[in-house]
Design a protein around this ligand. Structure first.
Ligand code: NAP
Length: 279
């Protein structure tokens, strides 16, 4: 019987734990405040930003919202980040991506103080992750580690294959799996004989960005399959990078889309915000 890894339930558990912790921190006089910056009114970004603000309210984290015009210059945005960096009542800074084309995202990511980098995208956070130092972890991969651990899936010594090598998912995912003593292979669009490689995986992480790309031919019997993808199919239905119906017949455990990895990303963002006050 295939186990359905319930990201909705696990993310709720984490948010409830954080809620208790924030209330304890408040009783010690410590506040947690996240500054959320959005440039322009990209509808998908607005949904993400609202969900983040809702999660903050649920947990008891204060959120300050900065909704800037699409025409905001790079200089103005960098100035705001500078002000937030030096504002002691702001613990975390989140700039919602993507930014309008006239703004250099890398420059903006680097401008956020590494001590307030709750997205974990700053090169200092990335470096800390790879050398095993404490720091902010990229939220989606950190959420996947929690999904696996809280489902009692052992990582130590397991053969893990990550399909995708982006800076926000594939690479940090591989680093975190390595940290858990898994044996890790990263595959990408230049990888030869992909099916042979993915079929070695005890744990297969699909972050390909292509709807239902991973079907049963890519999966070993009894593998754990984690689907990072998020797409709308031709009928407007949400789906992932994995052909869920077909793969779930072969996998021992699998995440659904929606309700798998997605809700974990916000839960881990909240965890990073609380981390700023724990320190
Ligand atoms: P991305 O930047 O587009 O990266 C996709 C990766 O897949 C690249 O490394 C690419 O290789 C690789 N790839 C593409 N085609 C391939 C193929 N035929 N065979 C093997 N590898 C292939 O995407 P991303 O930002 O990592 O996101 C991946 C998916 O996760 C997307 O669907 C995205 O919407 C979703 N996502 C979900 C969440 C969440 O919270 N649930 C968060 C982030 C992302 P190259 O490097 O060689 O091009």
């Amino acid at each position: 019987m295939t186990h359905l890894i319930d990201g909705k339930q696990i993310s709720k558990e984490i948010k409830d734990e954080l809620k208790l912790e924030v209330s304890r921190l408040k009783s010690e006089g410590k506040q947690v405040c996240l500054a959320v910056v959005q440039v322009g009114a990209n509808p998908a970004s607005s949904v993400y930003v609202n969900n983040k603000k809702k999660a903050c309210a649920y947990i008891g984290i204060e959120s300050e919202s900065y909704e800037l015009e699409e025409s905001t210059s790079e200089e103005e945005l960098l100035k705001l980040i500078d002000t937030l960096n030096s504002n002691e009542s702001v613990n975390g800074i989140l700039v919602q991506l993507p930014l309008p084309k006239h703004i250099d995202e890398d420059k903006v990511i680097r401008a956020i103080s590494p001590e307030k980098d709750v997205d974990g995208f700053h090169p200092v956070s990335v470096g800390r992750l790879w050398i095993g130092e404490k720091g902010f972890l990229s939220c989606t991969p950190a959420g996947i580690i929690q999904l696996l651990k809280r489902s009692d899936i052992t990582l130590d010594g397991k053969e893990c294959v990550v399909v995708g090598r982006s800076n926000i998912v594939g690479k940090p995912m591989a680093a975190l799996l390595l940290r858990e003593n898994a044996t890790v292979t990263i595959a990408h669009s230049h990888t030869k004989n992909l099916k042979e490689i993915t079929k070695r995986a005890d744990i297969l992480i699909a972050a390909v960005g292509k709807a239902r790309f991973i079907d049963e031919d890519y999966v070993k019997d009894g593998a754990v399959v984690i689907d990072v993808g998020m797409h709308r199919d031709e009928n407007g239905k949400l789906c992932g990078d994995v052909a869920f119906e077909r793969v779930s017949k072969k996998a021992s455990a699998i995440t659904p889309v929606p309700g798998g990895v997605g809700p974990m990303t916000i839960a881990m963002l909240m965890n990073n915000c609380v981390e700023t006050a724990r320190q």
